[in-house]
Design a binder for this molecule. Sequence first.
Ligand code: HEM
Length: 173
Amino acid sequence: MQEKLRKEINEVLREHNNEITYEAVMNMKYLYMVINETLRMYPPLPFLNRICVNDYRLPNSDIVIENGTKIIFPIQGLHYDPEYFPEPYQFNPERFSAENKAQIPPYTFMPFGDGPRNCIGDRFAKQQIRVGLACVIRKYRFRLNPKVKVPLEFDTTTFIRAKDDILLDVETV
Ligand code: HEM
C-alpha cells in the first residue's frame, strides 16, 4: 500500500516538475483515498453534538424528539457500521475510489461533521495532510516498530488518540 502510494506521488510529481503544488497534490487520487480511509477508521472527533430546536417526529414512527433535546451523532459508530462499510476493521482505501465512493450513503462518512456548523478547516486540513504526506512518503519508508501493540488502543475521552506512543522505523527510500 505504501509502495503504491509512493509510486503515485512520484509519478504525479514528475508531471509537475517535481514541485509540490496545489494542482500536483490534488491529482494524487490514491493519496486522497488513503486519507479518507484513515479518517474513517480514526475520526479525531468521534461524535457530534447538536440540540433540537423544534419538536420533530421521526418519519414512520411515533417517536418525537422534543425541542431542547441534546443529541449525539456517533460518527465513529457510523464509520464502523458494516451496513455502510463492510469489514469495517479492515483498512481498505478502495472504499473511497471514485466508483465505490458514490455508493456510500450520505451522512454515514462525516469526519468533518456536516450541516451549517461543519468543520470550517475541512479543506485546509485535507490540503495540509496531502502536502505533509506527499513530502515524507516520497523520501522515507515507514514501518511500525514491533514494540507497538496491534491493534492500537485508543483514548476516546474527547478526541481519539492512541493511548501509547506509536513508534515507527524510518529509512530513506
Ligand atoms: C483532520 C483535521 C480535522 C478534523 C477531522 C476536524 C473535525 C471537525 C469536526 C467533526 C467538527 C464539528 C463539526 C460539526 O459539528 O458538524 C469541527 C469543527 C470545527 N473545526 Fe475542525 N477538524 C479538523 C481540522 C480543523 C482545522 C485545521 C481547523 C482550523 C484551521 C478547524 C476548525 C474548526 C472550527 C472553527 C470548528 C467549529 C465550527 C463551528 O462550530 O461552526 N478544524 N472540526
